[in-house]
Design a protein around this ligand. Structure first.
Ligand SMILES: C[S@@+](CC[C@H](N)C(=O)[O-])C[C@H]1O[C@@H](n2cnc3c(N)ncnc32)[C@H](O)[C@@H]1O
Length: 289
């Protein structure tokens, strides 16, 4: 990682965990959605998500968010996905009020501010360095909001979450946003398979996807390029998400393109001319049979 560039982009203090470890490029990408949720509503009032936690957090951090705010398409993408994930989660908990939700690769996001219904439980999970940052910058833990350390790129990551039996006695909601595009395809398959094997029927996984043409192109991305992280996974067909396990079913797929107006729709049509049905950037809801 080019430390000088990263320090310039985000301020030195945040880039080190409380144990003084430097964040990796992929860990560093957590600033992109944080800034979008904290400040992006002023640019796109119609898409604002009212993320008070992000706004408060960013005020306290030694980070200049303006660099990320300049990348407007990404700000809009994050606001769009945040609202959509929130809506999917609210509908899920309306149906299963006592269920558990799990945010894999949570970064510094805080969905429970919107989802706490008084009886559900939420688990925020990420790599140890990021969870150390959360402890430092998001210390207040309301009841039924838990924290866990997870490395999704290792086998048996689900077991190491040590979810109690009661969490799996009913469907569970899993969110994984802004994470899997940085993994190798085999690693993504392993995450999906693991979820499909263990999650109770009716469980839902919400994840975001990029088209395969984005793989290897992160250096041209206005925000991700600054972090030196790279995209390794993308899809051409939505069926690729469910092909790895018979219990997985695609419930719904969403494209961000219409949120960008006719230009967004035209661009998507241009990039996907050969019957590819995956959006350039979108969200998928997978359900376990
Ligand atoms: C772009 S950020 C997204 C953060 C959060 N989901 C959000 O939308 O605000 C990518 C996140 O993936 C996490 N991540 C990367 N590799 C991971 C792994 N092997 N296991 C768990 N989390 C990982 C990073 O630490 C980082 O927090």
């Amino acid at each position: 990682m080019n430390h000088a560039c990263a320090e310039h982009a985000a301020g030195g203090e945040l880039l080190r965990t409380p144990g003084k470890k430097v964040l990796t490029p992929v860990q560093h990408t957590l600033l992109i959605p944080l800034v979008a949720r904290a400040l992006g509503g002023a640019l796109y009032p119609g898409h604002a998500c009212g993320d008070e936690q992000a706004s408060r957090l960013l005020q306290g951090l030694p980070v200049d968010g303006r660099a990320y705010l300049a990348d407007r398409p990404t700000v809009l993408n994050v606001l769009w996905r945040t609202r959509l994930i929130r809506d999917v989660a609210l509908a899920f908990f309306a149906e299963h009020p006592k269920a558990w939700g799990l945010n894999l690769g949570c970064g510094l996001s805080h969905y429970f501010q919107w989802l706490d219904n008084g009886s559900n439980t939420w688990v925020d999970a990420d790599l140890p360095e990021v969870m150390a940052l959360r402890r430092k910058w998001l210390p207040a833990q309301p009841p039924r909001l838990r924290a866990a350390t997870v490395d999704l790129q290792t086998e048996g990551w689900w077991q190491r979450l040590r979810l109690p039996q009661r969490a799996l006695a009913q469907p569970i909601l899993v969110v994984c946003e802004g994470v899997l595009m940085y993994f190798q395809p085999d690693e993504v398959r392993q995450v999906l398979q693991q979820f499909a094997q263990v999650a109770p029927p009716g469980s839902v996984l919400v994840l975001d996807t990029m088209a395969r043409c984005a793989v290897g192109q992160a250096q041209w991305h206005a925000s991700v390029g600054r972090t030196r992280a790279q995209f390794h996974w993308g899809i051409s067909q939505m069926q690729e998400l469910t092909a790895c396990h018979p219990r997985l079913q695609l419930r719904q797929s969403h494209s961000v393109a219409p949120s960008h107006g006719w230009m967004g729709v035209a661009m998507e049509a241009m990039w996907n001319p050969w019957g590819q049905n995956a959006p350039l950037y979108g969200l998928a809801e997978l359900v376990v049979q």
